[in-house]
Write a protein that binds this ligand. Structure first.
Ligand code: HEC
Ligand code: HEC
Ligand code: HEC
Ligand code: HEC
Ligand code: HEC
Ligand code: HEC
Length: 438
């Protein structure tokens, strides 16, 4: 009879463990569903945020992708500061008209002396936010997206950075996984604490019972043995249930970690290494308006843009600021006949082929489209993700300039007969594997 009680006790224990695993699974599922809501914008009719629910999902999607591609390097949609402030609640904090002019050209607002603009500029140490050539509707879609994130953030304890359907290998996607990961960590800790408390309680009850039985009852031999058996640790690790559980937890943790890493492999968006000389593009290309190809001499003619040699610096610095310790570093490099060891920022893997002249000269794509506001950077950072998806997205969207080029006449005619869309880079074969892969 007593052995029966004790057996029930161990059954209770395993039932508890089982329930723990199930609830952990369910919570994890819940968290990933939350994240999914976060990535897709709040579904209309869901319990949270009537405001976001009323926004058009297509607008939210457009806003999400604009935000991800243009703003997420510097801003979170939550309250975290990255380079600029977290934008949670910004659509309530500022007037829409103000936000539109700010996002289109913050520097203009600041120079015009707008008090709000000047205040936020001062607060962030006069870091210039790049200007964006968006239409009013595009800006509104970004604001709608930020608004929808605030509602999700209110439902999820940790903020989930802006994402839409984590495209494999996009930096921002990994952030969201990280945020959900953080959420799971909290649940895990709480569960472990609950578990420990329960185990202690069970042990206390068990020892109380044991004492009581030993003192007050005449036990027969078998019962006596059961009640006073010693706790055997080897039984725990020999137990099948415990082993399966350990393996299960191990696999889940491992999967989580690899997923995190795999999503971010090779992506260096935002990479901003310290350079050996404090060379500033903001000063040279911005204030002094030196042409990009004055220094990156081959950017319009060849595959590589090239990094200037010290001789190019000397064109000016044999006269200008000779006494500056930073300029002295250029002199030392020339004396020693060694190149300046600039740290490379943009670097595609060898399996892919990218040609500057094809884009800058033939395609007429601006440097800033791919490299961001270089003329405002004191220290250059990698503005674009440089993933395959990034190349291909642009090739699908960008119309090819075929004007006045007889070579295209027939192709364009055939294309127009077959489809209504514009004749894009991809219509001309710009998404064929062999164009970018050797
Ligand atoms: C290169 C970094 C960078 C990028 C990219 C960037 N911002 Fe900013 N943003 C800043 C900084 C820094 C500030 C703080 C003000 C300042 O120093 O100019 C700021 C301020 C703002 C503010 C004002 C916040 C407030 O509290 O009033 C808004 C709104 C804003 N950014 C929206 C955007 C949007 C939308 C995008 C994308 C289209 C974007 N930003 C892209 C750096 C950036
Ligand atoms: C006075 C010379 C000079 C001018 C003008 C200049 N650059 Fe540079 N650029 C450099 C030097 C030196 C480096 C390497 C150090 C660094 O990264 O800051 C560099 C680095 C870069 C990089 C990063 C290269 C890498 O390692 O991946 C990019 C992108 C770039 N420049 C783009 C531009 C653009 C766009 C312009 C025009 C708006 C421009 N540069 C104008 C000298 C110049
Ligand atoms: C076309 C002329 C020109 C070229 C080429 C040029 N610079 Fe400059 N550089 C300037 C001017 C102008 C200033 C600003 C001087 C001032 O503030 O009085 C400057 C300032 C600097 C400063 C800041 C010095 C200080 O202590 O304030 C550094 C560092 C510098 N340049 C590095 C370089 C390097 C490295 C190169 C070659 C990659 C280079 N420059 C090429 C014109 C040039
Ligand atoms: C279509 C996008 C695109 C445009 C437009 C573009 N770049 Fe690049 N740039 C890249 C990519 C991608 C890389 C990395 C190339 C690699 O690793 O092989 C790069 C690398 C560079 C580098 C590092 C040296 C090198 O060649 O690898 C410099 C400097 C540079 N770009 C300057 C410029 C300048 C200046 C312009 C405008 C005249 C410009 N880029 C226009 C995409 C672009
Ligand atoms: C901002 C838009 C943009 C981005 C980003 C971009 N491209 Fe392009 N690309 C173009 C345009 C526009 C052309 C067409 C140039 C022309 O022939 O007029 C082009 C053409 C090409 C071509 C020649 C295609 C053909 O049909 O001959 C190759 C190869 C190419 N790009 C590779 C890349 C790679 C690799 C990347 C990513 C690292 C990339 N591009 C990123 C706009 C872009
Ligand atoms: C417009 C240019 C472009 C086209 C077209 C293109 N790729 Fe890529 N691909 C790239 C670039 C750039 C990378 C490197 C991306 C990175 O480092 O994240 C890449 C990476 C890859 C990788 C390595 C995967 C990785 O994440 O490292 C494979 C495999 C690949 N491409 C296969 C293909 C196949 C198959 C096609 C045809 C269906 C194709 N690519 C078409 C530009 C292109």
């Amino acid at each position: 009879m007593i052995s029966c009680i004790l057996k029930t006790k161990s059954k209770v224990f395993f039932a508890f463990l089982f329930a723990l695993v199930i609830s952990f699974g369910a919570l994890a599922q819940g968290a990933s569903e939350q994240a999914e809501v976060a990535t897709k914008g709040v579904e209309p009719g869901s319990t949270q945020g009537a405001e976001a629910g009323s926004a058009d999902p297509a607008v939210l999607d457009a806003g999400a992708s604009l935000f991800k591609n243009n703003c997420a390097v510097c801003h979170s949609a939550g309250s975290d500061v990255i380079v600029g402030p977290g934008l949670q609640g910004i659509e309530k904090k500022r007037k829409e008209a103000w936000l539109i002019s700010w996002i289109k050209n913050s520097q203009a607002l600041i120079s015009a002396g707008d008090p709000e603009a000047v205040a936020i500029y001062e607060e962030y140490n006069k870091q210039a936010m790049p200007s964006f050539a968006f239409s009013d509707d595009e800006v509104k879609s970004i604001l709608a997206y930020i608004g929808s994130q605030a509602n999700v953030a209110a439902a999820v304890p940790t903020t989930v950075a802006g994402v839409d359907g984590a495209t494999p290998g996009e930096n921002v996607g990994t952030d969201a996984i990280g945020a959900v990961g953080g959420y799971l960590d909290i649940i895990l800790v709480v569960l472990i604490v609950v578990l420990i408390v329960l185990v202690i309680t069970l042990l206390l009850i068990s020892s109380l019972l044991k004492n009581y039985l030993n003192k007050n009852r005449q036990l027969d031999e078998i019962d006596n043995e059961v009640v006073n058996q010693r706790f055997d640790f080897s039984k725990i690790y020999k137990s099948k249930a415990v082993r399966t559980l350990v393996v299960l937890i191990f696999v889940v943790v491992l999967l989580d970690l690899t997923l995190d890493k795999v999503m971010g492999i090779g992506i260096q968006q935002g990479y901003k290494p310290q350079q050996p000389i404090a060379f500033s593009h903001k000063l040279h290309a911005g204030e002094h308006q030196i042409d990009c190809n004055y220094c990156h001499t081959t950017v319009y003619e060849s595959k590589s843009a090239s990094i200037p040699s010290a001789n190019i610096c000397m064109n000016c610095h044999s006269q200008i600021k000779k006494e500056s310790p930073e300029i002295q570093k250029i002199y030392k490099a020339i004396e020693r006949n060694e190149p300046i060891q600039w740290v490379r920022i943009h670097n595609l893997p060898d399996l892919s082929y990218f040609n500057h002249s094809q884009h800058t000269q033939v395609g007429g794509v601006e440097c800033q489209t791919c490299h961001g506001p270089i003329q405002e950077m004191d220290v250059v950072y990698q503005y674009s993700p440089l993933t395959m998806g990034w190349c291909i997205d642009c090739h699908r969207e960008t119309p090819l300039n075929t004007e006045g080029n007889k070579y295209y006449d027939n192709l364009v005619k055939m294309h127009d007969e077959a489809s209504k869309g514009a004749f894009t880079v991809s219509s001309n074969g710009g998404t064929e594997c062999s164009k970018c892969h050797y």
